[in-house]
Ligand binder design. Structure first.
Ligand SMILES: Nc1ncnc2c1ncn2[C@@H]1O[C@H](COP(=O)(O)OP(=O)(O)OP(=O)(O)O)[C@@H](O)[C@H]1O
Length: 287
């Protein structure tokens, strides 16, 4: 049976603490799922992310906001063990990039991004199921009934249960996004990384997704979550922290209510913005 368990957030702390054991850095707490220390990513002599410090704890739900090209995806790829820092250090779930087997680490992460190529000729159910083995596409691996039931239940949770047997390639953009998120949760990850999950969705589909992510954020057993977006309207209720990026650097970070302000957003996006909130949701417009 593919390895996934149905433990709680308490388990995550316990497992992390156990793994870190005697190598535990003095500043690394059991609850830390991401520790980015002065990390820079350089390509072609350009810093895509520059000297970023960032820490995420297991009960936190973060949004990373910023304009096109700010470095958000690069930062998420660092947290997802898809990119290594050129300078500084990145530790994810207690494992330091460059000193660990990232393939093993990736099995503990849920990751969605538009760049993830999922097979169009497989059913939505198989697209979710194969995440148990951290593979894309079914081969000869076998799944137990409990895995199939979990995959169906995740598809239900994201409102696409009725589409389980449809080919992934025949689904609409919004339906695919929901299948992708169900897939990212299949292996019971300790950290969930979502890169622009609402991009390309119509208003109804976006609102539905934001509501479902809000429900996930409110679940105390859900993993730590990091969501990248361009739009404050896409911050689900229940998110706790924000990191604002511009040109590879951090403009502001911290508790959501202290960080997502008109002043910080104006600096981040390079234009004067007005911000309002209705029922825990943010709305921004040019001042
Ligand atoms: N391999 C690379 N070589 C050179 N530049 C790169 C490379 N990958 C990304 N970049 C550049 O790094 C910058 C940051 O890219 P990144 O995708 O992290 O930004 P982003 O904030 O996610 O942008 P968007 O909102 O448009 O998706 C961009 O200017 C991009 O063109």
């Amino acid at each position: 049976m593919p390895a996934h368990d149905t433990g709680s957030a308490d388990r995550v702390g316990g497992r992390l603490g156990h793994r870190l054991g005697p190598w535990l850095d003095w500043h690394v707490s059991d609850d830390l799922v991401i520790a980015v220390d002065r990390a820079t990513v350089t390509r072609n002599r350009t810093d895509l992310v520059r000297s970023v410090d960032w820490q995420v704890e297991l009960d936190e739900r973060w949004v990373v906001l910023g304009p096109n090209g700010a470095g958000k995806t690069t930062l998420l790829n660092l947290a997802g063990a898809r990119v290594y820092p050129s300078r500084g250090s990145v530790t994810v779930l207690g494992e330091r990039l460059g000193r660990t087997n990232v393939n093993e680490l990736k099995t503990r992460l849920g990751f969605t991004s538009n760049g993830l190529a999922l097979p169009p000729d497989e059913t939505a159910l198989d697209v979710v199921l194969t995440a148990s083995w951290a593979v894309v596409g079914r081969f000869t691996e076998r799944y137990d009934d409990v895995d199939v039931a979990r995959a169906r239940s995740l598809l239900e949770q994201f409102g696409v249960g009725a589409l389980a047997d449809r080919l992934y390639g025949t689904l609409s953009e919004g339906e695919r996004k929901r299948v992708q998120i169900a897939r990212s949760l299949m292996a019971d990850p300790e950290l969930l990384l979502l890169d622009e999950p609402a991009a390309g969705l119509d208003l109804g589909a976006r609102e539905d997704l934001v509501r479902r992510l809000g429900t996930l954020a409110a679940d105390p057993d859900a993993p730590a979550i990091v969501l990248v977006t361009h739009h404050v309207e896409e911050i689900p209720p229940g998110f706790t922290h924000a990191l604002l990026m511009r040109a590879g650097g951090v403009v502001a970070q911290g508790l959501l209510r202290d960080t997502v302000t008109a002043e910080n957003l104006s600096k981040t996006f390079g234009l004067r913005l007005r911000l309002s909130t209705i029922d825990g949701r943010y709305h921004a417009q040019a001042a």
